[in-house]
Design a protein around this ligand. Structure first.
Ligand code: JFZ
Length: 432
């Protein structure tokens, strides 16, 4: 048992140089792939199926006997992400159902006890390292299986057939043991993506969002930063960042927008990330065909960047390890789009003006990228333009010049009449 001194507590956390460098890399990366996959994929009803169908622990355990993803190919998945223009992958290692996707000593309910018998985290980690893409690991704080996880607040089911006991110090030790494995046996891990804190709080939007249990994040985060100081910690608690966290996430929301009703928190100075699904489901869902269009996906990525956030776009692979064509095709499209327009996304920061009805802006050094989603009769006006002069204005895709007028600190832009692409990116080259 490792006891952490004050110097490792989250309260006094000061990120080391390697962590600060990782944060810089992260804010420039702008686009990642979220993968929700495991035995929960088998019924084709999303990753909450255990809860939604009130399946007991005993019955749910049977899914491990069927998990045999013979078509899983880590190389294909990582290539798919890379070809989509994504710079990192965030992989589910253990979701709320408590199944561990790696060879863990601390739970029998793991991938080695399925017919597949191969460590998925290892296969993915090796391939990510080989192809030079960073790997983040999703790890659920909430557990629907273990007796020592303190009983839920009632937002999740009380169906499982478990006792009502709960013993957080035992559960905390279990999580530390597993995190130590994940951060020791799989090479460099770019980040840990925690989820489930909200299970112990009142719902979003209520005044008192304090947690019923003390998670002892100083110990958990201290361990992670001790094992891999560069590893970035994020926690989907839907609150302002806690001490020791390295990035801030917004689930299905852009910072400051709160359209989901899950994101009342304001953006902090930490690197930002939002996550979103291609249809409406995180885990494979046979009946969900609400696929977002190319245009919707491009607009979401661009609006994320315009608000200074990364987009972590999700796929729920099928139980056989293949990825459904609707997802593959959309990821390929994103990659093609980024081949042309990536300059206006990667390494940019938020636009000095917030997104508007016509579109939004990103910026990098002396360039302002004006992302036009919708043109009208009037020119687009950028008020309080923070630069002295516009040297050049042109379409990013072919460098054809665009008419602008600069008067009284406001720039009027006369976009191209061709709005057939989802985003007409106009580059303004400026001078201080
Ligand atoms: C969580 C997970 O429950 C979900 O399965 C998925 O992994 C997503 C990325 O993260 O989503 C939430 C988070 C909070 C609530 C519900 C779902 N909540 O507060 O009710």
């Amino acid at each position: 048992l490792v006891v952490f001194g004050k110097h490792l507590s989250a309260q006094s956390y000061a990120p080391v140089a390697a962590n600060i460098e990782a944060r810089k890399w992260f804010t420039e990366a702008r686009f990642g792939l979220f993968i929700h996959w495991g035995p929960f994929s088998i019924p084709g009803s999303g990753e909450w199926v255990m809860n939604d169908r009130k399946i007991t622990v005993k019955n749910y355990s049977r899914l491990a006997n069927f998990f045999n993803p013979i078509d899983f190919d880590a190389k294909e998945w990582v290539s798919l992400a890379k070809n989509a223009g994504m710079k990192y992958i965030t992989l589910i290692t253990r979701h709320h159902d408590g199944f561990s996707m790696w060879d863990t000593q601390y739970s029998e309910f793991n991938i080695m006890n399925t017919p597949y018998k191969k460590d998925i985290v290892k296969l993915m980690a090796d391939e990510c390292h080989k192809q030079g893409i960073k790997l983040f690991l999703y790890y659920s704080l909430l557990d629907w299986r273990r007796e020592d996880y303190p009983h839920e607040t009632g937002r999740t089911g009380q169906f499982s057939g478990r006792s009502n006991k709960g013993d957080y110090s035992s559960y905390l030790q279990f999580m530390k043991n597993q995190l130590r494995e994940l951060l020791t046996n799989y090479g460099e891990i770019a980040g840990i993506w925690f989820d489930g804190h909200w299970d112990q709080t009142a719902p979003e939007g209520q005044a008192d969002r304090s947690s019923r249990i003390d998670w002892k994040y100083d110990e958990i985060y201290g361990l992670i930063h001790q094992l891999q100081p560069q590893c970035m910690i994020g926690n989907n608690h839907h609150l302002s960042p806690f001490p020791g966290e390295d990035f801030q996430m917004f689930e299905r929301d852009l910072p400051g927008e709160n359209k989901s009703g899950l994101s009342f928190q304001q953006a902090s100075p930490l690197p930002l990330e939002t996550c979103e699904t291609i249809n409406g489901s995180w885990g494979f869902n046979l009946s969900d065909t609400t696929y977002k269009t190319h245009q919707e996906l491009v607009h979401y990525l661009v609006r994320s960047a315009a608000l200074g956030a990364n987009l972590l776009l999700n796929i729920g692979p099928m139980p056989n390890g293949d990825i459904q064509p609707e997802f593959k095709e959309r990821l390929e499209y994103m990659g093609k789009w980024l081949n042309t327009y990536g300059e206006a996304i990667y390494g940019t920061s938020a636009g000095y003006l917030k997104p508007a009805a016509w579109g939004c802006m990103t910026q990098k050094a002396n360039k302002v990228y004006v992302h036009i989603f919708k043109t009208g009769k009037e020119p687009i006006v950028l008020t309080d333009f923070p630069f002295k002069k516009i040297k050049k204005a042109y379409l990013l895709k072919d460098k054809s010049s665009i008419k602008t007028e600069f008067r009284n600190k406001a720039v009027s832009i006369y976009p191209s009449a061709d709005q057939s692409a989802p985003d007409q990116v106009i580059v303004l080259e400026t001078e201080e």
